[in-house]
Ligand binder design. Structure first.
Ligand SMILES: [Zn+2]
Length: 377
C-alpha cells in the first residue's frame, strides 16, 4: 500500500534531524510545496533560528496555520524501540521523534491546504503559514520575532490554528482555546548567619519566611472562570544552608511560579505577592520573570469553524480547554486575532517512542481542510 500524502510528508519531515533550534531542511520541504500552490514565501532568519512566513492571497480575513519544525532531543537512543529519526509504522502508529509534536500536524496542514486549493483555487481571504524552528528552545528568535515583524507592517493574523498536540485520547477530543499565563519569582530572604548554639546573635531567614510562604501557598488567587481553572501557586525550588548542622543560614532562596487565568495579570500578581511579603516584615529581594500572558479565544468565527469541522469528522464535539504549559499561541494572540490549538494526541510527546496514530493524521488533515472550507468558501 502506498502512503497517503500526509503520511509520506510526515515521514519525510521526521527523517530530518531537526533538534532545536536546527531546522535540517524541513522548512524547505514545506516551502517547495507551498510555492507550487502560489504562496509568497518570506524566509526570516533571526540569529540561530530559521523561520518562514508564507501567504496566499491579499484579501482579509487572513487565516494562518502556525507550528514548529524543531523537535526535542531523542535522549538515550538505546531506550527507543525504533531509531528516533527513521520513521517506522508499527501497529497502525507512526513512530519517530516529532511524530506528534509536531511534524504530523505540519504534514496535515500542508496537505489540507493542497486539497483545499485544488477544490477552491479562488477562495476568499488569505491563507498564511507561520513556521519556526525554535519552539522547543528558548523561544526568543522564533514566532515572537515573526509576529513582531508582521505587526510592524500592519499584517495581522485574524484567525490562527496552532498545530500543537492538543488531544488526549482521540484526535480532536480537545481543542485548546487559550492558555494560562506564567510568571516566576526568585525570592531571596536575608537573615544573619551564625552558630545554631547562639541564635540570639543570628537571624534565621528560613524561620522568618515560613509564615509568609504558607500564606502565599494557601492564598486563593482567583476562582478561575468558564474556561480557566483557578490560578495555581507552586514552589519548585528552595535553597538555604551551608550543609553543616551547626550553622544558621544567612540567606534563603525560594523560587515560585504561578500559572494564572485571564482573571489576573502580571501587575496584580506582583502587587499581591509584595503585600504578603511586606506584611511579614521580611528583608528580601525579589526578581520576576514574565513567561507569558494568558490568552482566550471565546466563541466566534474561528472556534465555530473548528468545532464544526471536528464534529463532522468525529461525530462528537471537542472539549474546549486551556490546560497545559505555555505555547507560541501566546505570541500570536498579541495580534488580537483568534487563536486555537488543534493537533494530535499528546500522550507520547517529548518521550521515548514518540508516536502518532496514522489514522489520526488523516482525520487531522480533514479537520484542517474543513475548517478552511468553513471560513474561506
Ligand atoms: Zn510542540
Amino acid at each position: 500500500m502506498t502512503d497517503t500524502p500526509t503520511l509520506a510528508l510526515a515521514k519525510d519531515l521526521i527523517s530530518r534531524q531537526s533538534v532545536t533550534p536546527i531546522d535540517a531542511g524541513c522548512q524547505n520541504v514545506m516551502i517547495e510545496r507551498l510555492k507550487a500552490l502560489g504562496f509568497e514565501i518570506e524566509v526570516m532568519v533571526f540569529e540561530d533560528t530559521t523561520n518562514f512566513w508564507a501567504r496566499r492571497g491579499t484579501e482579509a480575513p487572513l487565516f494562518a496555520f502556525a507550528g514548529h519544525t524543531d523537535v526535542v532531543p531523542a535522549g538515550n537512543i538505546e531506550l527507543w524501540d525504533t531509531p528516533p529519526f527513521e520513521p517506522r509504522i508499527k501497529n497502525g502508529f507512526l513512530h519517530g521523534r516529532g511524530a506528534a509534536d509536531m511534524k504530523g500536524s505540519l504534514a496535515s496542514m500542508v496537505v489540507a491546504v493542497e486539497q483545499f486549493i485544488t477544490l477552491y483555487p479562488n477562495h476568499k481571504g488569505s491563507i498564511g503559514f507561520l513556521i519556526t524552528s525554535d519552539e522547543e528552545g528558548p523561544f526568543i528568535n522564533g514566532t515572537v520575532r515573526v509576529v513582531e515583524a508582521l505587526m510592524k507592517r500592519g499584517e495581522n493574523i485574524d484567525m490562527c490554528i496552532v498545530g500543537e498536540p492538543s488531544s488526549t485520547e482521540v484526535v480532536g477530543d480537545v481543542v485548546k482555546n487559550g492558555r494560562r499565563g506564567s510568571i516566576t519569582g526568585d525570592l531571596t530572604v536575608k537573615g544573619i548567619q551564625g552558630h545554631v548554639a547562639y541564635p540570639h546573635l543570628a537571624k534565621n531567614p528560613v524561620h522568618q519566611s515560613l509564615l509568609a510562604l504558607n500564606e502565599l501557598a494557601s492564598t486563593e488567587w482567583d476562582q478561575g472562570n468558564n474556561y480557566f481553572p483557578p490560578t495555581s501557586f507552586q514552589i519548585p525550588n528552595v535553597q538555604a544552608g551551608t550543609g553543616a548542622s551547626n550553622v544558621i543560614p544567612g540567606e534563603f532562596n525560594v523560587q515560585f511560579n504561578l500559572r494564572f487565568s485571564t482573571e489576573l495579570n502580571n501587575e496584580i500578581i506582583v502587587k499581591r505577592v509584595a503585600e504578603i511579603l511586606d506584611k511579614h516584615n521580611l528583608e528580601y529581594h525579589l526578581d520576576w520573570t514574565f513567561n507569558g500572558d494568558p490568552f482566550l479565544t471565546d466563541t466566534g468565527k474561528l472556534l465555530d469553524a473548528v468545532v464544526s469541522a471536528v464534529g463532522a469528522v468525529n461525530q462528537t464535539k471537542p472539549a474546549l480547554l486551556t490546560t497545559g504549559g505555555t505555547s507560541d499561541g501566546r505570541f500570536i494572540a498579541r495580534m488580537r486575532g483568534q487563536v486555537v490549538e488543534l493537533g494530535p494526541v499528546n500522550a507520547t510527546i517529548h518521550k521515548v517512542n514518540e508516536c502518532v496514530k496514522v489514522d489520526d493524521l488523516e482525520k487531522l488533515t480533514k479537520m484542517y481542510q474543513m475548517t478552511l472550507e468553513n471560513l474561506l468558501v
